[in-house]
Design a protein around this ligand. Sequence first.
Ligand SMILES: *[C@@H]1O[C@H](CO)[C@@H](O)[C@H](O)[C@H]1NC(C)=O
Ligand SMILES: *[C@@H]1O[C@H](CO)[C@@H](O)[C@H](O)[C@H]1NC(C)=O
Ligand SMILES: *[C@@H]1O[C@H](CO)[C@@H](O)[C@H](O)[C@H]1NC(C)=O
Ligand SMILES: *[C@@H]1O[C@H](CO)[C@@H](O)[C@H](O)[C@H]1NC(C)=O
Ligand SMILES: *[C@@H]1O[C@H](CO)[C@@H](O)[C@H](O)[C@H]1NC(C)=O
Ligand SMILES: *[C@@H]1O[C@H](CO)[C@@H](O)[C@H](O)[C@H]1NC(C)=O
Ligand SMILES: *[C@@H]1O[C@H](CO)[C@@H](O)[C@H](O)[C@H]1NC(C)=O
Ligand SMILES: *[C@@H]1O[C@H](CO)[C@@H](O)[C@H](O)[C@H]1NC(C)=O
Ligand SMILES: *[C@@H]1O[C@H](CO)[C@@H](O)[C@H](O)[C@H]1NC(C)=O
Length: 752
Amino acid sequence: MTYKCCCFLPIVVICVVFFLTCESEFQTLAHLKAQRTSRTQTQAVRELMRRLLGVRAAEFVLSVNRSLAAGGLDVCEIRSAQNNIVVTGSSAVAVATGVYNYLKYFCNCHVSWSGQQLNLPRPLPPVTGVLRISSPHRFRYYQNVCTQSYSTVWWDWPRWEREIDWMALNGINLPLAFTGQEALWQEVYLSLGLNQTDVDEFFTGPAFLAWNRMGNLFRWGGPLFQSWHVKQQYLQYKILDRMRSLGMMPVLPAFSGNIPAAIMRLFPNANVTKLSPWSHFNCSYSCTYILDPRDPLFQHIGSLFLSKLVTRFGTDHIYNTDTFNEMTPASSDPGYLSAVSRAVFASMTSVDRSAIWLMQGWLFVHNTTFWKQEQIQALLHGVPIGRMIVLDLFAETMPVFSSTKSFYGQPFIWCMLHNFGGNNGLFGTVESINLGPFEALRYPNSTLVGLGMAPEGIEQNPVMYELMSELAWRKEPVNLSKWVSLYAARRYGSSNENLTASWKMLFRSVYNCTLPQYKNHNHSPLVRRPSLHMVTDVWYNRRDLYEAWRLMYSAAEPLMSVETFRYDLVDITRQALELLTTDFYLEIKDAFHRQKLPELLTAGGILVYDLLPELDRLLSSERHFLLGLWLEQAQSLAENEQEVQQYDFNARNQITLWGPAGNILDYACKQWGGLMEDYYAQRWSLFVNMLVECLDRGLPFKQDTFDQAVFKVEKGFAFNRRKYPSKPQGDTYDIVTKIFLKYYPEALKRLK
Ligand SMILES: *[C@@H]1O[C@H](CO)[C@@H](O)[C@H](O)[C@H]1NC(C)=O
Ligand SMILES: *[C@@H]1O[C@H](CO)[C@@H](O)[C@H](O)[C@H]1NC(C)=O
Ligand SMILES: *[C@@H]1O[C@H](CO)[C@@H](O)[C@H](O)[C@H]1NC(C)=O
Ligand SMILES: *[C@@H]1O[C@H](CO)[C@@H](O)[C@H](O)[C@H]1NC(C)=O
Ligand SMILES: *[C@@H]1O[C@H](CO)[C@@H](O)[C@H](O)[C@H]1NC(C)=O
Ligand SMILES: *[C@@H]1O[C@H](CO)[C@@H](O)[C@H](O)[C@H]1NC(C)=O
Ligand SMILES: *[C@@H]1O[C@H](CO)[C@@H](O)[C@H](O)[C@H]1NC(C)=O
Ligand SMILES: *[C@@H]1O[C@H](CO)[C@@H](O)[C@H](O)[C@H]1NC(C)=O
Ligand SMILES: *[C@@H]1O[C@H](CO)[C@@H](O)[C@H](O)[C@H]1NC(C)=O
């Protein structure tokens, strides 16, 4: 095993000497560690608990002692003393994780994106002896490069603060920290001689920056305003300071070779490749330029950027960049691929000689035709072993480590991707995440150094993220049935046989996806542009979902004041209506094919005039499902009318057309109040009307004609300027009751 740590040596001085001289230090990754003192971290975790628990935080005696970390592995001890709970850990993250573990399993409490349940018992339940929790993994990674666009793009500091608290409670110590980088790229490019027009032609708008950074897109939704740069940099200072105080190691961006077109005007001899169009875009916004890493200009730009970055924001010596994300390299020659990664790495070490390159392994999953064993090994071996960490990004469904001899010796992190586009929809792969990490650890000559979560979007399916986080602190898989029972009890603060049964039912259905062709990418007809050829199957038994719905509804009345319960009740009701939409769609289609106008009018009428409006009312009644909030957050960053319009357009386009012409239509679909009414219901209405008209006049349904008409509706939404409520409307319980009484029997009737 290469990953034994030379810093087992107890004497710090010797470690320092090793740090400067010993090459194997890098192979151990031992220099990646929290840099803030025990005292600073202690202070930071105490403040976190005050934010979380208010005055009750005084009952916790917290302290960080960095020398407790054996071999860099986090550990935490919890015991009782008088009426207090004493928690000591190797980092602020370890202490926070220890406290959260105590809150979950002794106090029946819970913290999530969709609310918290912190009804603390008084006095605090004592711990017998010493409760010791530890992680066998050096790193617990969090975020995908897309999360920044799909979820955090409009966040202010209070929202970031809550998220960083959540990260600490869930044990994360290696978070991506990509905010504010465009300000630095702009400085770099202006200093090279580009002018503001050149830069403005390059950056996309805020909601599309992830794909600008990856070299997929330019200019779409842009340009970026100077006020944006100022605000994002301010945020990044606060984000990094907080992460570091809590003992995390934020991952900063580095240069991938993706450049503005204008670079070629200034450096006509640079070795630049124009890429082919990305996804369904054409060259008006895609076909970006990539600078060959072997060109000296690559080193120049890469080190200019990185030295600015390190000067301004400091560093924890770990950088992410992805050279070939969803793009085919110029050559499959192993010599070329090694030279490329060697050059990318050199541009990092020229600024920070202890740099570690964190790379998303998505490319190996995305194009298995190009990336054969030889190509993967060549790319990975261009960098010295131990100086790169690969994220096995979608390991729960398409693991790469097992077909690459554990990334040919490079360290890797086993990640649950779980979510695409920030879509709503109950989904999970509980069996795979419960077993996968332990199999990865046991794999022969495994180079596993951590577990991670890399969702494209967050604020959905909180249960999956709580489970995955916990698994990084366990030595063996959990008993899922037992785990989910405890989860249900703490999420709502009380146990109830019906809720336990409901959650068990969810774990064996929606959350137990074992078929790789299904991903948490919502393809249900509800959120797709209607046609006569839509995907209608699901990976689970629909009866289970309806039964879980019935059980949850039966327990609802006394729990409606509990935010987490309201959220789940809305979410499961939403899922039931999503399934029913598919049923009505099939009836509409069938009636059309059989030329039965009354049946078509009946099914279409229920869907368009009742089910979808009810669904909109349902979503509008719960804070976490509001289009208005997303738009309000976007607009609140604007300084003037021009910015208001741009941010509003970015926010609306990303979740609908995703591009000027529906290029990645509905990829980032959301089931939100307001959007359901003005976007999805509108196009279903048009679809049903057109079918009725065709049937009435004996004409065939022409998808082309429909697509042109519906595109106007979709585009209309982006510019309607309507203001949607950012506060919930209506009584959730009444709305759910009405829906349940009407549609639960309809649902059962349609089960075979
Ligand atoms: C920190 O832990 C080390 C190792 O267990 C111990 O020797 C030391 O006394 C502790 N420091 C404090 C301040 O408790
Ligand atoms: C930037 O340079 C281009 C090419 O020389 C030129 O067309 C454009 O007007 C310049 N923009 C500014 C703001 O100077
Ligand atoms: C430019 O890069 C390509 C591969 O990307 C290589 O084939 C070519 O030789 C390079 N040209 C020069 C002038 O270095
Ligand atoms: C995968 O790589 C091959 C070349 O090996 C290329 O022809 C193909 O277009 C690539 N596919 C994707 C989806 O990028
Ligand atoms: C593990 O590594 C050892 C030593 O490098 C090697 O002999 C052995 O073949 C490896 N095992 C597997 C299964 O790759
Ligand atoms: C899992 O826990 C349940 C109790 O919730 C128990 O009935 C069951 O036997 C356990 N399963 C295993 C495999 O231990
Ligand atoms: C569970 O639901 C049933 C109806 O299905 C009801 O009779 C029973 O009282 C419920 N139990 C609890 C604890 O609410
Ligand atoms: C998930 O499904 C598999 C069969 O596909 C089954 O063996 C397993 O027990 C299920 N897990 C849960 C939690 O229901
Ligand atoms: C690219 O797509 C845009 C938007 O749909 C369209 O207006 C433009 O004509 C297309 N350009 C090319 C070169 O095809």
